[in-house]
Design a protein around this ligand. Structure first.
Ligand code: HEC
Ligand code: HEC
Length: 246
């Protein structure tokens, strides 16, 4: 009789081989939608970029690394017509629940990066940071961080990440809430915030968040360089799951 460990090793090898083969032959449904589109659905990457980090030319926001349930809610809102935009409405008309789930998982698994490496003027950065971390209590504007988490990293499915998002998009959304074009927020949480901000404050807080690293500190810079790594322990095995989906 073969020792148990050898049997296990063989089984393991077979399983790994099988899943690798599957991954090679069949790109996930989410990846197919993102890169190729489907009937009536243009490839998401044509506007949101191949790396999912958005594209100022097409006005597509960054989607990489945003919470999957948040992305799913937005797609369902375009479908229901509670959020409207000429670029996303045609997709909303035809996209199915299964496609929404698949493509949301796909983008949630991608890794984001700061949209802007160029800080705004020191005054603008200081104003943006102050709103983000302390708000403007004289006008009852809470700190953005209270809902969007420290560093704008986002919290769960309801409070999206702002860190690293393009300034044009953040600014556009705040203006859209202020003017009533976007109104898919629960209890008007964002409308209440946006309508109390001046145009100058909106520009400043948007420019500020665009420069922040969207990755939680533990993985910051992991993709670009290994700069932060040398003195640290080798990555734990769980980090292998990071790039796994897609
Ligand atoms: C023709 C260009 C275009 C295509 C194609 C496109 N998008 Fe978009 N997408 C946009 C624009 C522009 C916005 C911002 C719309 C707004 O202001 O509401 C957007 C917004 C979004 C948002 C909201 C993001 C947020 O942070 O709230 C999601 C989610 C999204 N798109 C997913 C997709 C997916 C998934 C696909 C492919 C199935 C796709 N988009 C294809 C242009 C596009
Ligand atoms: C009371 C909680 C709360 C506070 C405070 C708050 N937000 Fe939000 N914000 C939300 C919620 C909830 C959403 C998601 C709405 C939805 O589901 O579409 C959101 C969404 C956004 C979005 C859209 C992101 C995207 O990907 O489309 C932007 C931009 C934004 N907030 C900016 C800010 C800024 C800047 C501040 C501080 C000045 C701020 N928020 C403070 C609750 C809050």
């Amino acid at each position: 009789m073969k020792p148990l460990s050898a049997t296990l090793a063989l089984t393991f090898a077979a399983l790994v081989g099988a899943s690798a083969a599957l991954a090679d032959d069949a790109p996930s449904e989410g990846a197919r939608l993102a890169f190729e589109g489907a009937d009536g659905i243009a490839a998401c990457s044509s506007c949101h970029a191949l790396n999912g980090r958005g594209n100022p030319q097409t006005k597509g926001p960054a989607l990489a690394g945003l919470d999957a349930a948040y992305l799913g809610k937005q797609l369902r809102d375009y479908r229901a017509g509670t959020r409207v935009h000429e670029s996303m409405d045609p997709i909303g008309k035809v996209i199915t629940d299964a496609q929404i789930d698949a493509v949301s998982e796909h983008y949630a698994a991608m890794i984001g990066a700061p949209a802007s490496k160029q800080p705004a003027s020191p005054e603008e950065m200081a104003l943006g940071k102050r709103l983000a971390e302390r708000g403007a209590w004289d006008r009852e504007v809470p700190a953005c961080e209270q809902c969007h988490a420290p560093g704008g990293l986002g919290f769960g499915q309801h409070f999206p990440r702002l860190a690293g998002q393009h300034a044009f998009y953040l600014e556009g959304q705040l203006e859209a809430w202020r003017s009533g074009v976007r109104k898919n927020d629960h209890d008007e949480l964002m409308k209440t915030v946006a309508e109390r901000l001046s145009a100058k404050e909106i520009a400043a807080v948007s420019a500020y968040y665009a420069t922040l690293d969207p990755n939680p500190p533990a993985q910051a810079g992991a993709e670009e360089t290994a700069e932060a790594a040398p003195t640290e322990e080798p990555a734990a095995p769980t980090s292998a799951t990071q790039g796994g989906a897609s």
